[in-house]
Design a protein around this ligand. Structure first.
Ligand code: FES
Length: 129
């Protein structure tokens, strides 16, 4: 059989890649590491009282997207690619404190009463302020 005697159409071949051609990873980087971080969202509109143990490290949710462990981080900031990070903190003595869940406090991670403001009370849970 002679070459080219079959008349089966073949799909157009992709342009051949040059050896050692660098892949464009900028879109991949932008997807996982956004230049501008996302805004925090209102997780709840009231603080949560928790007992903090002296010397233990806590990670307070900054993004407001933590569903399982509010007011603490569950890793949602990473998987939702917010560009935000949790706030790590320790306390000197064991005590019960009110931790912010509206994410509008001026004294993170503690509640400072900002959740009572009209701005927070009118906001929807899960939406940015
Ligand atoms: S819950 Fe955010 S300031 Fe009180």
């Amino acid at each position: 059989m002679l070459r080219g005697s079959l008349s089966i159409p073949r799909p157009a071949a992709a342009a051949p890649r040059k050896l050692n051609q660098r892949r464009d990873i900028s879109s991949w980087l932008a997807k996982w590491f956004p230049k501008a971080p996302a805004k925090s969202v209102v997780a709840l509109k009231t603080p949560i009282k928790v007992e903090l143990v002296a010397g233990k490290t806590y990670r307070w949710c900054v993004c407001g997207r933590s569903k399982k462990q509010q007011p603490f981080c569950d890793g949602s900031h990473f998987f939702q690619r917010t560009g935000l990070s949790p706030l790590k903190f320790k306390v000197q003595e064991t005590r019960v404190v009110a931790l912010c869940t509206c994410k509008a406090t001026q004294k993170p991670p503690y509640c400072d009463g900002t959740h009572r403001s009209e701005r927070v009370q009118k906001a929807e849970v899960g939406s940015p302020l």
